[in-house]
Design a protein around this ligand. Structure first.
Ligand code: FRU
Length: 477
């Protein structure tokens, strides 16, 4: 689909938009698919004061389809612009999808690297070892809205010969004046790993090394992100094919990280244990960037592919999926902690502070709830149907009473100090112990919003205003 074809279909998008606007499940302070389908956040960066949030997008279909890069911008995480989509699949190297990628700012320009997906249909293929191309593409922009041409960095012929055709999702890491590109890969022997290439100018790249683990961490690692945070190095990755192990790895695919002992120049790397970033039902494809004030900001897809639960009730309304709240990463005892950005406090419009236990309190369906002085026995019932329990050092999120197939998720937590909940019509993000443990989920309830809780000293409830989103003006363009 080229830019012109997209514009020709804009009335279709506008019709879908009317449907989306009638959906009570649409989110009021999360970035969601404006119409159609959204998945991974892409190309995250802050350039000249503006945060650019691109995303995997199929504007005309709320189910999986041909991917372009949608685009939101913001200066304050409260007021957003929905921009014209940024990259379209318009040449032979990305004709079946502008897949995920990232942004890197150098010398007043933004360099984007992404995967051009090509699917052959001339005969039967397994699409693992054959029938697919995943080309690494490079574009440069002076403003985040326009670029001149697409350059091919790699085709599958350039990747190591033991790799399958699944090699994708480039992200750049800078160390001591050199640039390193990480790519998620699946070997022909079905082992997930990260390939790393090196460059001194972001143009010429040579193969550098591979990061993998001796442990069995699945057959494919998607969406790698290598970054430093507070002096430690982390590799964020989404492994596919890891079996559930007790309360670990309860989702079909994982989203987590390794703390690395990395000497990149001497090609030495040891991965610490894999730690899940989030224990909820709907989390995948996280990406980070460092903003102009030095914060390491994280956004994730609040969804997951191939799960046995669904979001069909929003599909009927012409859209599917959203991004998580933007969060800041910090490090404590070698672990990543996630906290929502301070800017989000501006969404608060009024608050109730209470020490009441076991009493139903009416709340709005866009609420933030902070619970302090937690005991060893906590019980929270939201909207008469979402259960959060802490008992015997086990935290349980139970969505069984809500529609669409989500059941329970568990996390073992030695001690809960506080809990921070963000509810937005059909999403719930739970932060425990100042972001040490996070559970992100969608839910499609039928009840009015309220909370009935016990097992704490104090609870503060804020009603939240919605984000403001200005749509791109197609009539003026
Ligand atoms: C992860 C992912 C990426 C790919 C993109 C396609 O959700 O599968 O690996 O680039 O989505 O939309």
């Amino acid at each position: 689909m080229s830019y012109d074809e997209y514009l020709k279909n804009i009335t279709k998008r506008n019709e879908l938009k009317k449907l989306v606007e009638q959906d009570p499940y649409r989110l009021s302070y999360h970035l969601m698919a404006p119409t159609g389908w959204l998945n991974d956040p892409n190309g995250l960066c802050q350039f000249k004061d503006v945060h650019h949030i691109y995303f995997q997008y199929t504007p005309f279909s709320a189910t999986w389809g041909l991917k372009i890069w949608g685009h939101y911008t913001t200066k304050d995480f409260i007021h957003y612009n929905e921009e014209l989509p940024f990259i379209f699949p318009d040449n032979q190297y990305d004709r079946d999808g502008v897949y995920s990628g990232s942004a890197f700012i150098k010398d007043d320009e933004i360099h984007y690297f992404y995967t051009g997906n090509v699917k052959h249909i001339d005969k039967e293929y397994n699409y693992i070892s054959d029938g697919r191309e995943q080309n690494t593409m490079h574009i440069v922009s002076k403003d985040g809205y326009h670029f001149d041409n697409k350059k091919i960095v790699f085709t599958n012929d350039n990747y190591p010969s033991d790799c399958s055709k699944h090699v994708r999702d480039p992200k750049i890491y800078e160390k001591n004046g050199n640039y390193y590109m990480v790519l998620g890969a699946r070997t022909l022997a079905d082992k997930g790993c990260v390939l790393m290439y090196k460059s001194t100018d972001l143009v010429d790249w040579e193969y550098h090394m591979r990061i993998d683990s001796n442990m069995n961490y699945g057959y494919m690692w998607e969406c790698p992100d290598l970054f430093d945070c507070e002096g430690e190095t982390f590799l964020l990755v989404c492994p596919q094919g890891m079996a559930q192990d007790g309360y670990k790895y309860q989702n079909i695919y994982q989203c987590g990280y390794f703390k690395l002992d990395l000497d990149v120049e001497n090609k030495r790397c040891t991965c610490g244990p894999f730690i899940e970033l989030d224990y909820g039902f709907d989390i995948y494809a996280s990406q980070t960037y460092q903003d102009e004030s030095g914060r390491r900001i994280l956004l994730s897809w609040m969804g997951i592919p191939d799960a046995d639960y669904d979001n069909d009730c929003t599909v009927e309304k012409g859209w599917q999926h959203a991004l998580t709240l933007p969060k800041q990463l910090t490090v404590e005892d070698g672990k990543l902690y996630q906290k929502t950005l301070d800017e989000l406090k501006q969404l608060r419009c009024n608050s109730i502070k209470t020490e009441l236990q076991n009493e139903t309190i009416e709340i709005t369906n866009a609420s933030e709830i902070f619970i302090e002085g937690c005991t060893d026995e906590i019980s929270i019932l939201l909207n008469n149907e979402i259960e959060l329990k802490y008992h015997n050092q086990l935290f349980t999120l139970n969505l069984e009473k809500v529609d669409r197939g989500r059941k329970q998720r568990y996390v073992e937590i030695p001690k809960i100090k506080n809990m921070h909940l963000f509810m937005d019509h059909s999403s719930l993000e739970i932060f425990i112990n100042d972001g040490e443990f996070v559970l992100t989920s969608r839910f499609y309830g039928k009840e009015k919003s309220n909370i009935l809780a016990s097992g704490y000293e104090k609870m503060t409830i804020y009603s939240l205003n919605g984000y403001e989103i200005n749509e791109f003006d197609y009539n003026a363009s």
